[in-house]
Write a protein that binds this ligand. Sequence first.
Ligand code: ADP
Length: 260
Amino acid sequence: QAITTDMATLTKQVKKFATDKKLEIEMLKDREEYRREFLGNVSHELKTPLFTVQGYISTLLDGAHKDRTLRKKYLERAEKGVERLAYIIEDLDMIGKLEMGDESLEVKEFDIVELSQGVMDLLEMKANKKDISLHFDEKYYRPIRVIADYEKIQQVMMNLVMNSIKYGKQGGSTEISIEDLTNHKVIVRVIDNGEGIEKHNIPRLFERFFRVDKSGARSEGGSGLGLAIVKHIIEAHDEKIYVESKFGKGSEFSFTLEKA
Ligand code: ADP
């Protein structure tokens, strides 16, 4: 009797061990696949700006450097390309950490109104270039204290407001609104009257490397990582992110935060 019971227990343990190992292997395989896919995307994303920079430098070396105007123009373009490379690398670094769960939150209490206004100040020049005005409703001119990771929420706001400018129309506007919700939360909205997003693209917006215009031809082209980073940060806070958009009319990205 005792031996049968022992055998049964042993079989159970072996089976459990086998299942655990199988799960472990599958997890490793998933990670490996993730790594391979990620690296593939990374080199693809880096190639375009890299080739651009290379192109301008070659043209300069081939003789364009002798012409004062051309020299300035090509150097400026090369600099833009390098800048873009730097942005992409920073975004890649961040998304890698967030997706691997290596990034922890440093939560503290702060005023979300002040943070939003700071972001608007930082992006004002960029907005001016497209004649886009940035608004913050007067009635929110008061502290609204929340508990979250200041720097990460700042990045969320930067990415959302930056997108509203990049995909905004010349002479358009962006509005930030913050509203109290009843469940001890606030909702932050970034609303633009820009180009909007077609319905079928909305579900894919938060995927990493997803871009509506894949050509990368447009000067605004980013890495397609901005919204993926935003989503990860908001979800790491156990909060929600929403998007509403009408093609040709504009978009609204919003997210919730815990009130202090
Ligand atoms: P990107 O670096 O391309 O801006 P994001 O992840 O920030 O990457 O955005 C993904 C795509 O979603 C963009 O390429 C753009 O097509 C679309 N998008 C994001 N924000 C807006 C917006 N406010 N208005 C219109 N389209 C947007």
